[in-house]
Design a protein around this ligand. Structure first.
Ligand SMILES: [Zn+2]
Length: 252
């Protein structure tokens, strides 16, 4: 994150109590602030999560080992917070530090931040369902925001996520892969996919590009080729995979 991005964020959140002007906010700190604004989050299955924010002890390091952000004098010892099972040591932004900031300590202590997808905005934190993710990729929220899409629910994605300052072109973590999203393009792709999906083609057929001939005939060869020619150029990209994954049947 550069100073310019930070400036934009500070202007956007000007007046908010938790930000001090001039501080560089990292993605994890952004996420932390979002959760503090809205600690009660409902999961896609309807479960209620209420995030808690325990006091963090004072620390001597000015920077966080993990996110590299300012600790503002508060942090937990790295030795204690970073468990032996943590395998992402190479992503430490400030390897000289022995402290983990308040936000990262919180971020690593809550397994629901790994189990669920996350959308963090200036208004709060959400664990969106697939249908909500689909909606947000077509109509993205006001920036800034952080967006992760969990597939396995077993991996930390938020530590790799970026703060987005643009909602036409932005980056999400789709499982452990950063994916550049052009929301207009995503909308166009998913609409084509859903036309085929609603006509009886399976997600597997659309994903791989191998279709059963009788379905093509039933759908109409000309109409089919017009769609498939457009999908062909996108096939193989993570954005295409994501669009197939999120495509839905029309309710009748
Ligand atoms: Zn941190």
């Amino acid at each position: 994150m550069n100073e310019y991005e930070n400036e934009k964020y500070v202007q956007y959140e000007n007046g908010a109590t938790f930000i001090r002007r001039g501080d560089k906010l990292t993605s994890m700190q952004f996420l932390y602030n979002a959760a503090k604004k809205k600690p009660r989050v409902i999961t896609p299955s309807g479960k209620e999560i209420i995030y808690e924010f325990p006091d963090t002890p004072e620390c001597e390091d000015a920077r966080c080992w993990l996110c590299g952000g300012k600790t503002n004098g508060k942090g937990t010892p790295k030795k204690k917070t970073i468990k032996p099972t943590f395998t992402n040591h190479d992503i430490a932004k400030y390897p000289l530090s022995q402290s983990i900031c308040e936000a990262c300590t919180w971020g690593l202590a809550n397994s629901s931040l790994r189990n669920y997808s996350i959308l963090a905005t200036g208004n709060g934190l959400e664990h969106p369902s697939k249908q909500q993710i689909r909606k947000y990729l077509i109509n993205p929220p006001e920036p800034p925001f952080v967006f992760t899409i969990a597939v396995s629910g077993q991996k930390w994605l938020h530590i790799f996520a970026k703060i987005n300052y643009n909602n036409s072109f932005f980056e999400i973590m789709y499982e452990q892969t950063p994916v550049q999203v052009n929301s207009q393009k995503f909308k166009a792709i998913i609409e084509l996919i859903e036309t085929l999906y609603n006509a009886g083609f399976t997600k597997d057929e659309i994903l791989k590009g191998y279709y059963q001939a009788h379905k093509i005939l039933a759908f109409g060869i000309e109409k089919f080729e017009k769609i498939e020619n457009q999908l062909e150029t996108e096939r193989g990209s993570r954005l295409f995979e994501l669009a197939v994954d999120l495509s839905r049947k029309e309710e009748k």
